[in-house]
Design a protein around this ligand. Structure first.
Ligand code: DGY
Length: 342
């Protein structure tokens, strides 16, 4: 009797030509349209699956794992994997994987763009112009916070943080960073960034960019106390995860004018955005698009497919997926330190 082919659930339509590679090995259950799956729907889909290709919208927690007796591998399309309960997956011996590296440059580009847009009030000025309020060049209009020559800080100096630091070298700025582990001297030199303690980072920078992965111990790492430590007139940019920032405290700091501006691509309750932030003119808000270029998104899906095929025991890397986040894994290839995956 022919051996049963493993069943793989693909939670969202991705890129048909890349997804098609799964057909060689698996019976693929596809999701025809972009779907906001309820937890019960995820559990139902996983109940019959041996493997899954998911995005960060498809949360897999202990209950979904418990409902998936055959599940062997979950490949997430994205570098952040806070949507997966890694402990619950690991406890069942299910391999989970992510897609670091391929999105570094696009995300670092966006981090710089968002920081600059916030500091230089670009979207606020554009809204004003579109409202028909511009009636002549204004000497005093839209003074922003300068970037050239400022002190730029990065919290979370993994791949993306380093990419931002390298780009920012051209601003003739002082570079500071905080990461759980200090970077080797050669990398620090290359990034022109100096390690400081976390509180010193908050207190010394003119522009702070968050590029660290979310974990429960980082929840609201930027809280009212951290914001109070920041220099008056500083800016905050978050391209990592919304849960890192206490959005209410941030709205207070922005409304009070203590912070000059914020650039936010991620939100704690996304897609919902705190109405107080929506009401602030000095915030640039984007819908979690830092990695959104076509080549980058295609590379992410391709890497996730490679991960899944290998984790399920097929293809040239059978049994050795390139980027596992569940142990046992080779820490030099992927996850581990709080700053190194992003
Ligand atoms: C990720 O990969 O974690 C981003 O948030 C989406 O690209």
């Amino acid at each position: 009797m022919a051996e049963r082919r493993p069943v793989v659930w693909v939670s969202q339509p991705l890129y048909a030509d890349i997804e098609a590679r799964l057909d060689e090995w698996f019976d693929v259950v596809r999701t025809p349209t972009v779907t906001d799956h309820a937890p019960e729907a995820i559990a139902a889909a996983l109940a019959g699956a041996d493997g899954a290709l998911v995005t960060l919208n498809d949360r897999i927690g202990a209950a979904e794992v418990a409902a998936a007796p055959r599940l062997r591998a979950v490949a997430s399309v994205g570098v952040g994997y806070d949507s997966l309960d890694v402990a619950a997956l690991a406890a069942r011996g299910i391999v989970a994987t992510n897609t670091p590296g391929v999105l570094t440059e696009a995300t670092a580009d966006f981090g710089i763009a968002l920081m600059m847009a916030a500091a230089r009030r670009m979207t606020e000025a554009e809204r004003w112009l579109r409202d028909g309020r511009w009636n002549g060049w204004g000497f005093h209009a839209f003074h922003g916070a300068g970037i050239h020559g400022s002190t730029l800080g990065i919290l979370g100096m993994g791949r993306i943080g380093q990419g931002i630091a390298r780009r920012a070298r051209g601003f003739g700025r002082r570079g500071l960073y905080h990461n759980r582990s200090r970077l080797p001297p050669g990398v620090e030199r290359d990034c022109a960034a100096e390690w400081v303690a976390r509180d010193a980072l908050f207190g010394q920078v003119d522009h702070l960019v968050l590029a660290l992965p979310y974990a429960p111990e980082n929840h609201h790492i930027v809280d009212a106390a951290a914001l109070a430590r920041m220099k008056p007139g500083a800016t905050l940019t978050n391209i990592a995860r919304g849960g890192l920032v206490d959005e209410g405290a941030l709205a207070d700091a922005l409304q009070a004018g203590r912070l000059a501006a914020a650039g936010l691509d991620v939100f704690e309750g996304e897609p919902a955005v705190d109405p107080r932030l929506l009401a602030c003119d000095n915030v640039v808000l984007t819908p979690h698009i830092a990695s959104a270029t076509l080549p980058t998104r295609r590379a992410m899906v391709s890497l996730a497919v490679d991960n899944l095929v290998a984790a399920m025991g097929f293809g040239p890397d059978a049994g050795r997926p390139p980027h596992p986040v569940t142990p046992p894994f080779d820490a030099s290839r992927g996850s581990g330190d709080g700053g190194s995956t992003h």
